[in-house]
Design a protein around this ligand. Structure first.
Ligand code: ADP
Ligand code: MG
Length: 691
């Protein structure tokens, strides 16, 4: 049988049924999968610390021969595997003990006489002791001496198949597999982006001579996966445009003009610009599919309202869906106020209404009596029928699933769609990531808002901070005290928040203290938030669940405990809860972790959400910020958004050019692209069906 990349991995020498099963758990079915199973880490043994110089408190990589092993119980009943290493230095200095707490089974793997590479921190425990995060058995007794100058790949492994076994397997077959690889890219593209050819890249990833080789190889694989993804996006966008005949609204300048005349404030320049872009979309024959990004408080609602009125003055209905009842109620209050001079009454449909009220609202929506509609998930139930939906606005769009957004949109006949988000991401990324969305930004804040001052403080300042909160509350204002909860299902974290609430209650006996956390039922949480909104509660102790869009203008202090535990984007969201009224507001970050100070300082110095998004991106990559890693349909394995933005941009440009020339990848020179996408993307075949 001739080997092909699609050949099942079970035909490889060294792979029996058991191993094939273990490999399948890692997603490796064909030999090609094995070739693309990239190391997630490398052990750089090019700079090895002699055992004698492995000092307490340092992170080291050492190589030594196993002199003795043993399993010892500790006091807590935890069994610890230990191995004493010795290196060529000999004598007392060239000896170091390694300890693996809770891993007595290593006794079966690590044997006297083996040459072992270990990497990890050195601690003091009856002497110097290295606690390996990683180890590699380099060679058994009798083999050659220490292999220096090695960068060892560490592979994602699974039960019954160690990374060492995977490494062995890959190395055994690497040359045969590399021979099967053909580079789908023309040299011109590779040279333009500065990428190695595919074979070189894969060899470098699996068999690097230096750490920089491995990185060069990874970049190439990252480019390829981003490129595939961008081909899919570009194609999806092109198809969507073709089938995107929408409603062509006319600029009647009736309700919209009257709203402008009656607005209690001046629109900001950004708002005016956004309204113009949206009006252009809505009056064009194509369906609008636009994302409006703007920090909390930049005034997205009023922009959405203009769009809604444009639909309404064209005899259509317009709806805005919010993720919580509280937000929906807030929209109702805002819209009722703004629409009063126009003699237009918005309608509300949320779960909390009585059955009779809901039925009545549904009836008004079905008959077309309501024209401006506000609601929650209740809107997407079967029983809700619109008479003539022209525009669907989805607030805090990332809090809805794709199907939920689609369900609302499908209530109409190809209505225009406007998505709102208060989680800004850098524009370059938004354009690349939300390939099929147009993007509008609101950066400018409405004037007349009090500034939010951000300060970084340590525990030593706690009493002073409390006194400050007391003064603010005595002046009739309100405060939030935020407590980080890593996992809302964690009892311990929840307890911490509860303890914090009773501590605050003791400190402020004259004030009413509220508490919200993720374990509360949505109704309970809404009730607590409502009490705070209505100023019946003065200090709200909360975990990070507190509502993103909630607007309590009277709250002027936000104290964030353990600020170092939050991501910057999250801190920014939290800070956005204050500074909504005219009074000056304060965001106080409490942190006693000196290492966190620089990033928290950087955060304190800017209020620009887009800048913070960039800082946040640099800090931890794109994945968590937008759920980007999942939303592309295929998870990214090699690309790292924190560092690969230029690569993403290059991939997007290259993909767009190709799709423009050859939309279905039907040409022979693109066959390899097409094949890879059809293999990897569920929708690949459907998207690139020729003809
Ligand atoms: P977000 O973008 O966070 O959704 P909102 O739309 O809730 O912000 O607006 C926040 C507040 O700012 C609301 O009370 C709104 O009426 C007010 N607002 C919006 N635009 C302006 C403006 N141009 N000038 C003054 N206030 C404004
Ligand atoms: Mg909002």
């Amino acid at each position: 049988m001739t080997l092909q990349l699609t050949t099942s991995v079970k035909y490889l020498k060294g792979v029996g049924p058991k191993r094939a099963e273990a490999l399948a758990r890692l997603g490796i079915r064909s030999v090609g999968d094995l070739l693309y199973h990239a190391p997630h880490r490398y052990l750089d043994a090019t700079s090895v610390t002699p055992l004698a110089q492995a000092h307490v408190g340092k992170e080291v990589t050492c190589i030594g021969r196993v002199a003795s092993t043993g399993v010892l119980p500790t006091r807590k009943g935890l069994r610890v595997f230990r191995a004493v290493l010795r290196d060529d230095g000999g004598g007392a200095g060239g000896v170091l003990e390694c300890a693996w707490p809770g891993q007595p089974f290593l006794e079966r793997q690590i044997k006297k006489g083996q040459l072992l590479l270990v990497t990890g921190p050195v601690r003091y425990y009856h002497g110097r002791q290295l606690v390996p995060r990683e180890f590699v058995i380099l060679a058994d007794e009798g083999d050659a001496g220490p292999e220096r100058g090695l960068v060892l790949p560490v592979y994602p492994a699974t039960e019954g198949l160690t990374h060492r076994q995977i490494r062995g397997l890959i190395h055994q077959h690497l040359d045969a597999l590399l021979a099967l690889v053909h580079d789908p890219h023309p040299d011109t593209l590779r040279e333009a982006v500065g990428l190695p050819d595919l074979r070189t890249a894969l060899a470098a990833v699996h068999r690097p001579v230096a750490a920089t080789d491995a990185e060069g190889g990874r970049r190439r694989l990252a480019f390829d996966e981003l490129f595939d993804q961008q081909l899919v996006h570009a194609r999806a966008r092109a198809l969507a445009k073709r089938s995107r005949a929408g409603i062509r609204f006319a600029l009647r300048k009736e309700l919209t003009t009257r709203l402008k005349e009656h607005l209690p404030f001046e629109l900001t320049g950004d708002q005016r610009h956004a309204i113009r872009e949206i009006a252009d979309d809505m009056t064009a024959p194509l369906r609008m599919h636009r994302l409006l990004m703007g920090d909390v408080g930049t005034g997205k609602t009023v922009v959405a309202l203009f769009a809604m009125l444009l639909a309404v003055e064209n005899e259509y209905q317009a709806v805005i869906m919010a993720p919580t009842e509280l937000l929906a109620e807030q929209h109702l209050a805002t819209l009722t106020r703004l629409l009063a001079p126009l003699e237009l009454k918005p309608d509300l449909l949320i779960g909390r209404l009585s059955a009779a009220e809901k039925a009545a609202a549904r009836e008004r929506i079905a008959t077309g009596a309501s024209r401006v509609i506000i609601g929650t998930h209740a809107l997407i139930q079967e029983s809700v029928k619109f008479r003539r939906l022209g525009l669907a606005v989805i607030d805090e769009q990332h809090r809805f699933g794709v199907e939920q957004r689609a369900a609302l949109v499908e209530k109409g006949d190809a209505p225009d769609v406007l998505l709102l988000t208060a989680t800004p991401i850098p524009r370059s990324l938004a354009l690349t990531w939300y390939g099929d969305l147009d993007v509008t930004e609101l950066r400018e804040r409405p004037p007349g808002r009090g500034l939010v001052k951000t300060a970084l403080r340590t525990e030593a300042a706690r009493q002073k901070i409390y006194e400050f909160i007391r003064t603010e509350c005595a002046a009739g204002r309100q405060a939030y005290v935020l407590y980080p909860v890593i996992d809302e299902s964690e009892k311990a974290d929840l307890r911490a928040a509860t303890v914090m609430a009773s501590r605050i209650a003791k400190v402020f006996p004259e004030l009413v203290i509220g508490l919200v956390h993720g374990r509360l039922k949505p109704e309970e949480r809404d009730a607590a938030m409502r009490a705070f909104r209505d100023n019946a509660v003065h200090i709200l102790v909360a975990t990070s669940v507190i509502e993103v869009g909630i607007d309590v203008a009277n709250a002027t202090v936000m104290l964030i405990e353990h600020a170092e535990r939050f991501g910057l984007a999250q801190l920014h969201q939290l800070r956005g809860r204050v500074g909504r009224g005219a009074a000056a507001s304060h965001c106080i970050l409490l942190s006693d972790v000196p290492e966190a100070a620089p990033r928290l300082e950087a955060f304190a110095q800017t209020t620009d959400g887009f800048k913070i998004a960039e800082l946040d991106l640099a800090e931890r990559g794109m994945g968590e910020l937008t759920g980007a890693r999942q939303s592309g349909g295929v998870p990214l394995r090699y690309a790292n958004f924190a560092t690969d933005l230029p690569l993403l941009e290059a991939a997007r440009r290259a993909a767009a050019q190709i799709i423009a020339r050859d939309p279905a990848l039907a040409r022979a020179e693109h066959a390899a692209y097409r094949e890879r996408i059809v293999q990897r993307y569920e929708r690949g075949f459907e998207l690139f069906r020729v003809g």
